[in-house]
Each structure stands twice: as structure tokens, then as C-alpha cells.
Design a protein around this ligand. Structure first.
Ligand code: SAH
Length: 392
């Protein structure tokens, strides 16, 4: 398929050129000085001294008008994108993941900026998160049919970031057929996934290896907070005497229960509650747990919400530490990019001091290997997962 050509030109400032040379694929609006292109074009990026610096996806609405595809003064060839797609898919196959659901393309870290592709069994779920990627969807669909031959491709183009690009939020079948529910396996656990309505593209695939790591420590009485469809609780229950899962969503609790039944996990109970209230109640009732998981949604969606996010992370970690038995384990996560690993460690330190709990970090982890981090692009390292032991 050779429908992908470069159209238009965009001129960037000296600062834009320097940013590009430092390896970051995003060029911000303030660093664009002249545009002769339409939204969604693949454009030539021209430097302040009129040299061609490379090619990029152009967006006429976003704060990030340029996402670099290739650098250097050579013509653009669509085959570059197809090759990257194929290499991204081959890399995941080479990981030999013990799962039938995983990420095939992780945007910037596969040099395919603003593109996400997840595999669920024989179905693919695609998200095009910029005008340029959106325009490439027909070409991508054709390449995916050639490389993967999926039974169906679903576009989950409903994330809010699409609105910032002036794009519609839609869910469409791009190829084949996509059933209402798909059964996938992650290690020993099977999940029934609703690809059209589940969070993210259906499941939180980025936590797969952290669930596996946590299983090495889990024991005794388990509390899984912010459980969604029971990812941690289901995987850890077989190592524990009892498992309790909490989520604020009734729909999530129903999924945990049906997943527990389908997997014959009999020592797991799920309840609908606000974790902030529930941790307080459990503390008052003098309850104790040997293993606690905290996997909240991103509290800091942007820079301005960082202070309140820090307060939220501190509160749940402090309360969880108070509920933890000596020798017990806390698996604590943050998926806010705006709270980086150093800040998260500092929050944990404060929670330990304020709760008078001596703790040791046993593992510092991030998102799974199928969601790699592009060096030089801190935005691609969003998930932190610390496994912590209460020493006494
Ligand atoms: N641990 C899960 C993913 C968690 S996603 C996994 O491994 O798959 C975050 C979950 O937190 C969502 O299901 C959301 O419904 C829930 N949630 C958000 N705020 C909450 C609150 N205050 N109390 C309880 N659950 C909450």
C-alpha cells in the first residue's frame, strides 16, 4: 500500500530544531514559525536556516503540532512506517509473553508516535491519538491484515485526548468482525473482556508483569484496592488465605465476581466502596492485612493537579501501611506521569515516617516489557510500581 505520501511543509524555530536534535519526537506550538499544510498531513520539517530536518505528523489543533517520524534530509517513504509496525510486532513475539493479550505497538517507544495497538487473542484494538495517525488508519489496517491476519480490528478512538486534536471520539470496527466479549488469558487467569466498553482498550495490560511479580510475595490476608476486574486479586488469591477486592464501580465488582467464578477462585470476595473511606473504616475496626495492593487511577492528570495528587497518594499509602502486619507486603502503584518515580519514592518515605512504619523497597518496577520507555522521552515512563516490605 503506497497511499502515504508527504504533503506540506512546516518551519520550526532554532529552539524547535534543538529539541528535535535532542531526540524528543514532539515539537510544541510555540516552536513552529510557519505552516503550509493541512491537519493530518505528513509534512517536511524545515529548520530556521531552511534546511530539511526530517518528516513529521502535523496537527493543526494540538499543542503538539509536530510528531517526528524520521530525521534527516531524505525523501519520506511509507515503507518506513510499515517496517516499524512489523518490527514492533516481531519484538512482542520474541518476548514470549505468557498471555494472549498484550501491547503490540506502544506509540513513541516504537517510533510510531500517537499510535497504540493491543492484541486480545485474535483481535486487535487500535487507538489513533493524533490527526496524522488518524489519517493513516486505512493504511495501518491494510498492513495489519498482511502482518497479523487478525479476525477483526476495532478502533477504540474514544480517549479524551482525541478531542484536543479536534478528532471525533468513536468506536468502530475497521476490519473483520469483533464480538461483544473476548476471552483472554494472562498467566493462569482467564478474563472475559468487553473491547468496546472496557477501560483503556479493555484491560490494564501494563500491569501484567507487576501482578506476576507481586505473586512472588503475596500471602496471608490480601486486600486489593482499586481492583477494576480483579487483575491483582485474581492472580494473588491462590497464594493467600483470603482475598478482598475493592472498587468504586458496581460494574467492576460484578466483573471481579464473574471472573472469580470462571477461574474457580473461591477465596476472593469483592465489594463496592470508595478506597479512601474503606481504608479509614478498616483502620478504625483494627483490621490487619499481610498483603495490600494500591493501584489507583491517575490522580495527577495534568501539572496543576500534582499537589492534590500527592496528598491523595500519601493518604492511601499511609493508611495502607497502618493496616499492614509486620513482615507484610505493600504493592503500591502510580500511573500519573506528572508524579515521577523520585516524587513517588518521596511520598512513600513521608507515609512511612508519619505512620511510624519501617519499610524496605524490595522491587522498583514500571509498566510491562510490551510497553517500553523511549529513552529521552520521560512521558513514556508513566507507571511506577514499588513492592515494599514492612520490616517490623
Ligand atoms: N488494579 C487494576 C486496575 C485499576 S484501574 C488491574 O490490575 O486491572 C483503577 C480502578 O480504580 C478503576 O476500576 C476505578 O473504578 C477504581 N476507582 C477509582 N477511584 C476509586 C475510589 N476512590 N475507590 C475505589 N475505587 C476507585
Amino acid at each position: 500500500m503506497n497511499t502515504v505520501v508527504s504533503e506540506g511543509t512546516v518551519v520550526v524555530s532554532a529552539r524547535g530544531e534543538q529539541r528535535m536534535r535532542s531526540g524528543h519526537p514532539w515539537i510544541y506550538r510555540a516552536d513552529v514559525t510557519d505552516v503550509d499544510a493541512a491537519g493530518g498531513d505528513i509534512v517536511e520539517v524545515i529548520g530556521p536556516r531552511r534546511r530539511r530536518l526530517g518528516h513529521a505528523l502535523f496537527s493543526d489543533r494540538s499543542q503538539i503540532p509536530l510528531r517526528m517520524l524520521v530525521r534527516g534530509d531524505t525523501p519520506f517513504a511509507a515503507s518506513v512506517l510499515r517496517d516499524r509496525l512489523e518490527r514492533a510486532i516481531q519484538f512482542r513475539a520474541a518476548l514470549h509473553l505468557d498471555a494472549t493479550a498484550y501491547r503490540l505497538v506502544n506509540g513513541e517507544a516504537d517510533l510510531l508516535p500517537s499510535l497504540v495497538i493491543d492484541r486480545y487473542e485474535s483481535y486487535l484494538v487500535v487507538q489513533a491519538l493524533s490527526q496524522g495517525m488518524d489519517k493513516l488508519l486505512p493504511a495501518l489496517t491494510g498492513w495489519l491484515a498482511e502482518i497479523v491476519s487478525p479476525a477483526g480490528i476495532l478502533a477504540r478512538n474514544d480517549p479524551k485526548v482525541r478531542a484536543l486534536e479536534g478528532l471525533e471520539q468513536t468506536v468502530d470496527v475497521l476490519a473483520g468482525t469483533v464480538p461483544n466479549s473476548v476471552v483472554v488469558r494472562e498467566g493462569p487467569i482467564e478474563y472475559d473482556v468487553d473491547l468496546r466498553r472496557g477501560q483503556k482498550t479493555g484491560l490494564f495490560l501494563d500491569q501484567r508483569e507487576n501482578r506476576e511479580a507481586a505473586a512472588r510475595y503475596a500471602r496471608g490476608r490480601l486486600l486489593d484496592c482499586f481492583s477494576y476486574h480483579g487483575g491483582f486479586a485474581l492472580r494473588l488469591a491462590c497464594h493467600c488465605d483470603t482475598a478482598e477486592a475493592i472498587d468504586i464501580s458496581a460494574d467492576a465488582v460484578a466483573h471481579i465476581q464473574s471472573n472469580a467464578t470462571a477461574n474457580r477462585v473461591t477465596n476472593l470476595t469483592a465489594r463496592e466502596a470508595n478506597v479512601f473511606d474503606e481504608l479509614r473504616r478498616l483502620e478504625k475496626a483494627n483490621e490487619r492485612y499481610d498483603t495490600i495492593v494500591l493501584d489507583p487511577p491517575a490522580f495527577a492528570k495534568n501539572k496543576s493537579s500534582v499537589p492534590s495528587a500527592i496528598a491523595g497518594y500519601k493518604e492511601i499509602n499511609l493508611r495502607a501501611l497502618r493496616l499492614l502486619t509486620p513482615g507484610g507486603y505493600l504493592v503500591t502503584c502510580s500511573c500519573s506521569y506528572n508524579v515521577n518515580e523520585e516524587m513517588f519514592a518521596a511520598i512513600l518515605h513521608e507515609a512511612a515516617v508519619d505512620s511510624h512504619t519501617p519499610i524496605a523497597i524490595v522491587e522498583k518496577r514500571m509498566q510491562g516489557r510490551d510497553h517500553p520507555v523511549l529513552v529521552g522521552v520521560p512521558e513514556t515512563h508513566y507507571l511506577k510500581c514499588f513492592i515494599v516490605r514492612r520490616i517490623e
